[in-house]
Design a protein around this ligand. Structure first.
Ligand code: HPA
Ligand code: ZN
Length: 315
């Protein structure tokens, strides 16, 4: 199985937040772990993003980024993940004074030893914050290219509604010129038209989330025909109230429609579980079968940007 939709900053566990705060001499606005944990009740995407960005304050040194990344890789490996494409949010760190080299090198150093240490092959994707101006993203992308950052592609995340794909045409053109893979969050909270526009205006190869495609029958037909990969995150969708309950999740309907879906954890420290936890709940609540789980796992490997040789090993 491959994990294709994972924000490394969303793997920062409450215990590590406290440990890093102590190591870096940072005063947290929470008295203890229980008080921090009591904040993990979200009403929508923005209510999560507020806590997600606030907690990043404890990430200061290369070692901090490396420790967070290693913790995730160890846990993902134990849960059966054999390849991961890790997104990180460079702008969320640069904007609070952490040098780009520090965050990129910290995450990349842990990824570099992952295959040997954990049996998990990795790729790094720089995700850009869609609620910031396109020029800000372009500047950071140029810096990443200038420093030869080991990135395989770019993504687009953060507050979706009101920040449509059309805002980032130049960013995605530049990434294509640089030979980078392109993915984008679309159709999580935003409308189905953001999925279409991500494909047609940004040239993305995969859609992160994409669940709202189900509101547009013509789009579903197109996505099925073109086998566009959709990286679905069931527990995330429940916790951010994109769906009411797991029992209401469109995953079974998406499978029935012949869509190329995979199951992913998104921000496992915030949404109640890693990718294996997602599968446990999908089996329990939606009656996901072993055959369906195998199909989802095969989709994740085929839809990855791993080499053909690595894909053949994993399939
Ligand atoms: N959606 C949008 N932006 C994000 C997410 C998400 O699920 N996780 C981290 N940044
Ligand atoms: Zn996401």
């Amino acid at each position: 199985m491959a994990e294709l939709h994972l924000h490394i900053e969303g793997t920062l566990q409450p215990e590590l937040i406290f440990a890093l705060a102590e190591r870096n001499g940072i005063e947290l606005p929470y008295a203890d772990l229980d008080e921090l944990r009591s904040r993990y009740e979200f009403t929508d995407l923005q209510s999560f993003l507020d806590l997600y960005y606030a907690n990043m304050a404890v990430l200061r040194t290369e070692q901090d980024f490396a420790d967070m990344t290693r913790d995730y890789l160890a846990r993902a490996s134990a849960g059966g993940v054999r390849h991961v494409e890790v997104m990180m949010d460079p702008q969320a760190h640069v904007s609070r004074g952490v040098p780009l080299e520090t965050c990129v090198n910290g995450v990349a150093s842990a990824l570099a030893t992952s295959e040997e240490e954990f049996g998990v092959s990795t790729l790094l994707i720089a995700a850009f914050l869609r609620d910031l101006p396109e020029d800000d993203a372009l500047e950071v992308l140029e810096q990443l290219l200038a420093m030869n950052a080991p990135i395989a592609g770019i993504g687009l995340d953060s507050a979706e509604v009101g920040n449509p794909p059309s805002k980032f045409v130049r960013l995605y053109q530049r990434a294509a010129e640089a030979g980078l893979h392109r993915i984008a969050h679309a159709g999580e909270e935003g409308p189905a038209s953001y999925i279409t526009d991500s494909l047609d205006l940004l040239g993305v190869e995969r859609i992160d989330h994409g669940i709202r495609c189900m509101e547009d029958a013509a789009l579903v037909e197109r996505l099925a025909n073109e086998q566009v990969p959709l990286t679905v995150c069931p527990l995330s969708n429940v916790r951010l109230r994109a769906v009411d309950t797991l029992a209401d999740h469109p995953l079974p309907a998406m499978l029935s429609a012949g869509l190329n879906v995979s199951v992913n954890s998104d921000d496992p420290a915030y949404f109640g579980g890693y990718v294996d936890d997602n599968f446990v709940q999908l089996r329990a609540v939606l009656g996901l079968t072993a055959a369906e789980q195998s199909r989802l796992a095969a989709n994740s490997i085929r839809s990855s940007f791993a080499s053909d040789a690595r894909k053949a090993e994993l399939l």
